[in-house]
Write a protein that binds this ligand. Structure first.
Ligand SMILES: *Cc1c(COP(=O)(O)O)cnc(C)c1O
Length: 639
């Protein structure tokens, strides 16, 4: 091989750089020498990796189709360990005398298997659960591993909610009611008097500190949650007057999720610790300082204070938080409390990957263009033809403007009926060819005109993704959340196309057209060219937080199949759980159809067609078989 060839050949490392897998993968994802994405578990000499292609093969060999949500238990375990270890280290370094006890906020991923794993693995750290509703409290009460782990109840609480929590206290569990509005306190005190159980009371602060990012309205003065300083004082006074101040043991705030800037975090902690210290001085026993959620995930790998990133590591988060706490408490001479965080996103985001196949592609490229223009071509088409002929490196901007002008004119004349469909089609081809020639030449000119910057990004193919954005990536649709997306295989080949993804709903919002980038958001990503019938597998990463239950049944595309694996020390993997996604039967019942009645109605129609001799009896049988098989099948495209 010539030296030149060696230098230019695309390598797996090029793909790793292109998709930024080392930047957002947090050490959990990488590429192997075969050009496949692998999941990594264990550290140092114990590090093992599993190819996601092998997992896909295992899934299909078991008769399951894509799309599949892949959960990797090891990553959940690892994140819980990292969080607890990191706080332990930060506390040791800052000379802290209290301890750390995290709670997982159930709303971030309520799926039974996820909560079971968090409870099971978290038990060694006394990691607890946070509940925001009655349903979540019921999960917490049943799943909490032992009375050593905490239960924190946020959200609006009625008598029934409070009774459940008080029973838990009666049974020896530390179940805190966080008072979010003054109206809750009388209900809590009334029920606790009636049941004869002293409650553990927390108060939620409305901080004046605010944080940037998507969810900035959850904290700050304008927040819909939390108590004002006056309400806080009233609660302290009420508890003191009724001789119940000893119940007040926890101070809580939640600044919002995905806080990108460590400065905002430090500021909120400082303000909160000041409140804490003064509440101790008011005579409340306290003992628990709950800093809520907000620990970010670096979705784009840029390590910046951009909304999809965070400008701090987990270690920096813990040490900064502890530094501020120690400083303020020591200054005020207050005993060090147990520090709680309610980190949800950072705990579960990494552990789930959405895998889907690409069904088809629509290439952005010009159709056939003849050598000469047909005789009867209208003037505007001739003009466009001349633009294409005259195009060179020096007049690109001008040709670009002209091409757009003539294309508009031609479209207008088509609307008026003076240009035929075939003439319009030819003009579209010529136009696309001009734009592609320009885009392809941009890296050969020194100064790219402003109007042509980013032209390559706009010229993309459409890849049809066997999934529903609404069901599997609701935040990508609702709040423009970006997730890292990349092919799972073929990464030793250079991806020579650029694409966006359209899902299989018929909604024009059912697309993925925003991708992570180190500097901004990309509007298309490089992908490999696909031949007819060629299979192509993509992964959407870091989807473990918030996506599953927020998803909806748009177009009646249901829950995907879920497969959970555990990577073992030998580098193999076990399928620990398979959950079949919704069948068409299931989704029909969600919208109150009776599938049996639908079959019977359709059978009547088929019988009518037999009676009127539109179809034969044999055809009826075939049609009914297809109908009944479909109604029991998967809601997604099946090969
Ligand atoms: C949503 C929520 C959390 C979780 O926040 P993350 O940013 O996902 O860690 C924690 N606490 C409360 C009160 C919440 O509402």
């Amino acid at each position: 091989m010539a030296k030149q060839d060696v230098l230019q050949r695309w390598s797996v490392k090029d793909s790793a750089d292109l998709y930024g897998v080392k930047d957002w993968g947090a050490g959990y994802f990488d590429l192997n020498a075969k050009g496949e994405v692998v999941v990594c578990a264990g550290n140092g000499a114990a590090r093992v990796e599993v190819s996601i292609m092998d997992v896909i093969k295992g899934i299909r060999d078991r008769g399951m189709s894509l799309p599949v949500l892949l959960r990797i238990e090891n990553l959940l375990d690892s994140q819980i360990s990292l969080l607890n270890d990191s706080f332990a280290r930060a506390m040791q370094q800052s000379g802290y005398k209290g301890r750390y006890q995290g709670v997982f906020p159930i709303k971030v991923n309520q799926q039974a298997q996820v909560i079971e794993e968090i409870a099971r693995f978290g038990a060694r750290f006394d990691h607890g659960l946070e509940a925001g509703s009655k349903a979540e409290l019921i999960i917490a009460l049943a799943m909490i591993p032992s009375p050593k782990s905490l239960i924190v109840c946020n959200g609006y609480k009625d008598e029934e909610f409070i009774d459940l929590g008080l029973y838990a206290v009666q049974m020896g569990y530390k179940c805190f009611f966080v008072v979010e509005t003054p109206a809750e306190l009388p209900i809590i005190m009334k029920r606790s008097a009636e049941l004869g159980v002293d409650p553990y009371i927390g108060v939620r602060l409305k901080l004046s500190s605010r944080a940037g990012g998507h969810w900035q309205d959850s904290g700050g003065d304008g927040s819909i949650f939390g108590l004002t300083t006056n309400q806080l004082i009233e609660i302290v006074d009420t508890l003191r007057e009724t001789d119940k101040l000893h119940c007040l043991q926890l101070l809580h705030y939640h600044l919002g999720s995905q806080i990108p800037n460590i400065r905002d975090i430090r500021q909120a902690v400082r303000e909160t610790v000041r409140f804490y210290a003064d509440m101790v001085k008011e005579g409340a026993p306290m003992g628990y300082l709950d800093l809520g959620g907000g620990l970010g995930v670096d979705y784009d790998g840029s390590q910046t204070n951009f909304v999809h990133s965070r400008n701090y590591s987990l270690d920096e988060y813990c040490s900064d938080v502890m530094e501020v706490i120690v400083e303020v408490l020591n200054e005020q001479d207050v005993v060090h409390p147990t520090v709680i965080t309610e980190s949800g996103r950072a705990t579960v985001a990494y552990a789930s990957v959405l895998l889907f196949d690409v069904l088809d592609t629509n290439r952005f490229e010009a159709g056939p263009i003849p050598d000469t223009l047909p005789e009867d071509s209208p003037e505007m088409l001739e003009n466009l033809w001349l633009v294409r002929k005259s195009l060179n490196l020096k007049n690109m901007q001008e040709c670009y403007n002209d091409a757009i002008y003539y294309r508009e004119e031609i479209r207008e004349q088509f609307r008026l009926g003076t240009i035929t469909l075939r003439q319009r089609a030819l003009s579209d081809n010529i136009f696309i060819d001009i734009i592609q020639q320009i885009a392809g030449s941009l890296d050969r000119i020194k100064r790219v005109p402003r109007a042509l910057e980013g032209l390559q990004n706009v010229l993309h193919d459409i890849y049809y993704a066997n999934m529903s954005v609404f069901q599997s990536l609701p935040d990508a649709w609702a709040i423009d959340q970006i997730f890292p997306i990349m092919p799972i295989h073929r990464l030793s080949e250079e991806p020579e196309r650029r694409a966006i993804f359209a899902d299989i709903t018929c909604d024009s919002d059912g697309k993925i057209d925003k991708f992570p980038d180190m500097h901004d958001v990309r509007t298309s990503i490089p992908v490999h060219a696909l031949g007819p019938d060629e299979e192509y597998f993509m992964g959407v990463f870091l989807v473990g937080a918030y996506q599953e239950t927020l998803g909806d049944l748009h177009n009646l595309l249901g829950d995907t199949n879920v497969v959970s694996i555990r990577i073992n020390e030998k580098g193999g993997h076990d399928f620990v759980r398979e959950i079949e996604g919704d069948s068409i039967w299931d989704v029909l019942t969600y919208v109150e159809y009776e599938p049996k009645a639908l079959i019977s109605r359709f059978r009547d129609k088929a019988e009518d067609a037999v009676q009127s001799e539109t179809i034969t009896v044999a055809q009826r049988r075939q049609i009914m078989k297809a109908f009944e098989e479909s109604i029991r099948g998967y809601t997604y495209f099946e090969r």
